[in-house]
Design a protein around this ligand. Sequence first.
Ligand code: FAD
Length: 291
Amino acid sequence: MKPPPFDYVVADSVEAAVAALARARGDAKIIAGGQSLVPMLNFRLLKPSILIDINRIADLAYIREHDDALAIGALTRHHLVETSPLIAKYFPVVAEAMRHVAHLAIRNRGTIGGSLSHADPAAELPMLALLLDGELHTVSSIGRRTVAVREFLRGALTVDLADDELLTEIRLSKLPPATGWGFADVARRGGDFALAAVAATVTVTDNVISEARIAMMGIGETAQRASAAEALMRGRTLEPALLDAVTEAVRASVEPNTDLHASSDYRRHLVGVLARRTLTAAWQRARGGQA
Ligand code: FAD
């Protein structure tokens, strides 16, 4: 199918993009990598009158180190995130997971801001941003705003972003020392959206788990944290009985949909298996071992 007709505006600065959004009064869409938007237009699921192209705003594509965080510009391409030495150093879980996002051609175009704004229930970046308690920076004609990823992700393809608001940056706070990580997914074919995935971090202090984070996707309307399972792990070591209890808590925390790819029961089972794998890897890495 072909998209409905639209006017096309190239914004060469954040200010120009924000002004164009304001002028459009809710009838415009930002186009970044176009990897999700263009199919939505072609299927006529969206019919904006105006597309505002932000691809020439060089100021929006960066990965910068701050004392306590990395700041990633919204227009940063997936492949840059995947191959960035800063991401590899501070967030190896992200570097690993990015290799599972679509195909290289899509990762060369797709952007972190586009993935977060689109919020596909089976996308890796919303899950990773949730895992890492990310903070998002936005701007509109009214002003700037900061929103926690936890609040930003509202549901399937639904986020806390007004029609006239531009996502500009994601900030990820650096992790404490002795934090290990794990990522695992199951997809029918390499490059497909995963049926389900889990990413986890485990921080070890004085030989016990001081903090565990478990984020999941493909199991509901949006990426989700397994908070009850995380709480079970604090102050403990990852012995088999705890791993069994955590697996059950993870499964109890999800209500997956049945669709043509997998049943709800299968996805619930799968997320438990993936949680076991990622937590075991994270625990081993936190203690200096190979996962
Ligand atoms: P666009 O398509 O340009 O935009 C997406 C939405 O976000 C639009 O509504 C747009 O208006 C809005 N938007 C974009 N940038 C901003 C901004 N800065 N501020 C406000 N709104 C903005 N993703 C995965 O995570 N895992 C996969 O396995 C995966 N597989 C894929 C397989 C295929 C065949 C395809 C085509 C895509 C796949 N994707 C996958 C999606 C891919 O990662 C997209 O790149 C991503 O979802 C959207 O990024 P984009 O930059 O292309 O956004």
